[in-house]
Design a protein around this ligand. Structure first.
Ligand code: PMP
Length: 369
């Protein structure tokens, strides 16, 4: 046990947090960062100027609390999503992680449970644990290949109060058919569960992949969560949001901290949304690199999972740790998500992808003594 861990264990920590490890994707100073699925393109100059101007307008008024209802932001987010949504259908927080935390605070908690389908987003069990919600690890069928019937059965049998569906799923990249969402919603009728479809990577899906936003009408327990951290190239802003029936947002008002979205966050996000076209301009380039990665890895004899996100999970590696380390030494940081024989890489710019593929090919060709 490290000295730091030992000191922590001497504190009067909540029993259910003892022995837990925090979320911790490595943050290393490496030239090519392809490990946390950011948009690796910088913010375009025009948008940068607009954000600076918007923040400047706020600075003189920073002695006051911000708009607690972030009305302008909810209006802009509703407009961006379309589907007939109004500001009343929108909620936002500091990253979609906080949006998910609000949902667990309001609908989970002691005596309640949430189900997810590993391999899926690693924060679901952590958010459940920090809110005292029991986490049920369902079966994601290896590569998150969930059929409507199987997912519905698991949800019905679990009796969970909250269901996490992630589409496109992290870390596999696979998108779920809407039939799965519909079947899960039906199956959660008895438990009256909140069904969350986490669409953090929706903008990268192949053309024709439908969003669960189309299912919101008439389903008051369905929630679709999104983020500005990925396609919008705004991970540093920390702005996530959801669309749902207005009463779900009202429930979240009961648990959010007062004024949880700072004036600077609101101004930045509003300026970004006004320039969404410019910010999203690189999504097609990223999708092309994602598809290139899948093709190239197949060509190297590896087994990439078909992806609708801005990353690719790939298997067929005898020694993933050696490859991860070798790539790091070549200046490329990717992610070991803990699946045996697999690694995950974010699709970056064309140049970054070329460096990654070249370094990987060289490592695979090395004879290991
Ligand atoms: N959902 C999924 C599936 C993710 O992969 C992530 C980030 N990696 C998030 C939610 C949270 O992102 P953020 O808090 O930056 O919005």
């Amino acid at each position: 046990m490290s000295e730091q861990f030992e000191r922590l264990s001497r504190l009067p920590l909540r029993d259910d947090l003892r022995g837990k490890h925090p979320y911790g994707a490595p943050q290393l100073d490496v030239p090519i960062l392809l490990n946390v699925n950011e948009n690796t393109y910088g913010v375009p100059d025009e948008v940068r100027q607009a954000i600076i101007a918007a923040i400047c307008d706020e600075v003189g008024g920073l002695n006051r609390y911000p708009d607690r209802e972030f009305t302008e932001l909810r209006t802009n987010l509703a407009q961006y999503l379309g589907h007939g949504l109004t500001p009343d259908n929108l909620w936002a927080a500091n990253g979609s992680n906080e949006v998910l935390q609000h949902l667990l605070q309001a609908f989970g908690g002691p005596g309640r449970s949430a189900i997810g389908f590993p391999p899926t987003y690693s924060m679901y069990p952590l958010l459940a644990s920090s809110t005292g919600t029991r986490y049920i690890a369902g079966d994601g069928n290896g590569q998150f290949d969930l059929s409507a019937g199987d997912a519905a059965r698991q949800v019905r049998e679990s009796g969970a109060n909250i269901v996490f569906l992630c589409s496109p799923n992290n870390p596999t990249g696979s998108a779920l058919g809407l039939d799965v969402v519909e079947a899960v919603y039906e199956a959660s009728q008895d438990a009256q569960a909140i069904v969350i479809v986490d669409e953090a990577y929706a903008e990268f899906a192949h053309t024709g992949t439908a969003s669960a936003l189309t299912l919101l009408e008439g389903r008051e327990r369905l929630v679709v969560s999104r983020t500005m951290s990925k396609a919008f190239a705004m991970a540093g802003t920390r702005l996530g949001y959801l669309a749902s029936a207005p009463e779900v947002a009202d429930a979240l008002r009961l648990v959010r901290l007062p004024y949880h979205l700072s004036a600077v966050t609101q101004a930045t996000a509003n300026a970004a949304l006004t320039h969404s076209g410019k910010l999203l301009a690189n999504v097609e380039n990223i999708k092309a690199q994602r598809d290139r990665i899948v093709d190239s890895l197949r060509g190297m004899g590896l087994t990439p999972v078909a992806s609708d996100a801005n990353f690719v999970l790939f298997g067929g590696l005898e020694d993933p740790q050696r490859i991860w380390q070798g790539l790091l030494e070549a200046g490329v940081l990717i992610r070991d998500v803990g699946i045996p024989g697999h690694l995950r890489v974010t699709a970056g710019t064309e140049t970054e992808t070329t460096v990654f593929l070249g370094a990987l090919e060289a490592l695979l060709g090395e004879t290991v003594s």
